[in-house]
Design a protein around this ligand. Sequence first.
Ligand code: ACO
Length: 384
Amino acid sequence: MSDESIQETQFSRGLEGIIAAETKIGYVDGLNGKLVYRGYDINVLAEQSNYEEVSYLLLKGHLPSKDEYDQYVAGLKKSMDLEKDEYDLISQVSKTSHPMSTLRTMVSYIGGKDSGSVEPDLEKQEDISVNLIAKLPTIVAAINRATQGREFVKPDPDLSYSSNFFYMSTGRKPDTVEARMLDTALMLHADHGMNASTFAAMLTISTLSDMYSAVTSAVSTLKGPLHGGANERALALIRKVGTPENADKVIGDMIEKKEKIMGFGHRVYKVYDPRAKILKEYAKYVAEKNNKPELFHTAEKIEEVMINKLGSKGIFPNVDFYSGMIYYSMGFEPEIFTPIFAVGRISGWVSRALEYLSDNRLFRPKARYIGESELRKYTPINER
Ligand code: ACO
C-alpha cells in the first residue's frame, strides 16, 4: 500500500473516531451515556467521593488508603498558596485580559520560574502535576477577585479543595449544599476522554516538553466556545430567551439560521450527557432556593424544544448547559465559568499527559494534500 493510499483510507476530519492512544484512566460510552473514571461509575463518585479523592484516583490509578489520602491532601495544602509576584502578575494581567488568558499566562509564568521543569522524567512531572492541581483553584480564585477589583483572599488550610476555592473566590465560606454542588461539579469535569484540551496536553508532553507547557496548551484549548467556553454562552442564551414562552420562537429561529445552540450536542455523547443529568438536579435546587425558578423553567423549556427538534440527530444537553446556571447562582460571573471548568479538568489533563509520557510516542498526524498537483513557476515579487 502506498503512502498516499494509507492517507486516503485513514482520513478523518478532526481525527474523529481515530484511536491514537491507549488509556486506563477512563472512558466515555457515548451511546449509553456512561462516564467511568478508573473503573468507577461517575454517578457513584459524584454521590460518594470528593474532588481530592477523585484527583488522586485519576493520577495514581487506585482509591487512596486513609494514609495515602492524608498525605496527598497535606501535599496539596502545602503547595496551594501563590507567591507575591504571582498575585501581582494576576492583578496586572487581569486589567486587560479575559480570565482564561490570565490563567494561561499564570500557568506559563509559574512554569518559567521552575527551573527543573524541563526534565522529562516521570517523577518530576508528577510533582509538577500535584503542584498544578494544588495551585489552579488559587490562581482562578485570585483572577476572579482581581477581575472584580477586590482584595485577594488567601487559602484556608482547614477547608476542603472546593470549599477553599469558593472561599478564595467569594470571601465567604460556602454552606453545606454549595460546598457539595461545587465539589460535584469539579468531580464531573475532572476527566473526559481524549477531548480537545486533554489531547493538547498529551500532544505537548509527547514532544518531551514539561507539564507546565502541557497545561498551558490545555488551558489555551479549553478557552474556545466549542469546548470549555460553551457554558458562559449557554447561560447567556438562557437569559436572552428569558421566559419559557419565548423558547420555541428564539430557538426555532436560531436552528433555522443554522446557529449552534451552546450547551447542546457532543462529539461523543449521542444521548443525554450523564453529567448534565446530575447538574440539572442541582440547577433546579438552586433556582428554587434562590426564589428564581424562571431561569430553570426557561432552561428546561429550551431543552424540550431542542430535544423535539434535534434529539433525533443525537443532540441533547451537555455538561455546559446547566453548569453555568449553578455557578451563576453561587455568585460567580459568567467570564469565570470556563476557568472553573479548568479547576476541575486539571486532574484529567495531568493524569492523561503522565500516562502518555510513561509510554511516549510523538504525535504526528498527516494532512491530506488537496493543493496544486503541478509544481508552480516562482515569479519574483516585482514581476507579479
Ligand atoms: N445546536 C444546533 N445544532 C447542532 C448543535 C447545536 N448545539 N450541535 C450539533 N448540531 C447539528 C449539527 O450542525 C449537525 O447538523 P447537520 O446534520 O444539519 O449537519 C447535527 O446537529 C449533528 O451534529 P454532530 O455531528 O453530532 O455534532 P459535532 O460532533 O460536529 O459537534 C459539538 C459537536 C462541536 C460539541 C457541537 O454539538 C456544538 O458546537 N455544540 C455547541 C457547543 C457546545 O456546547 N460545546 C460544549 C461541548 S461539551 C464540552 O466541551 C465540555
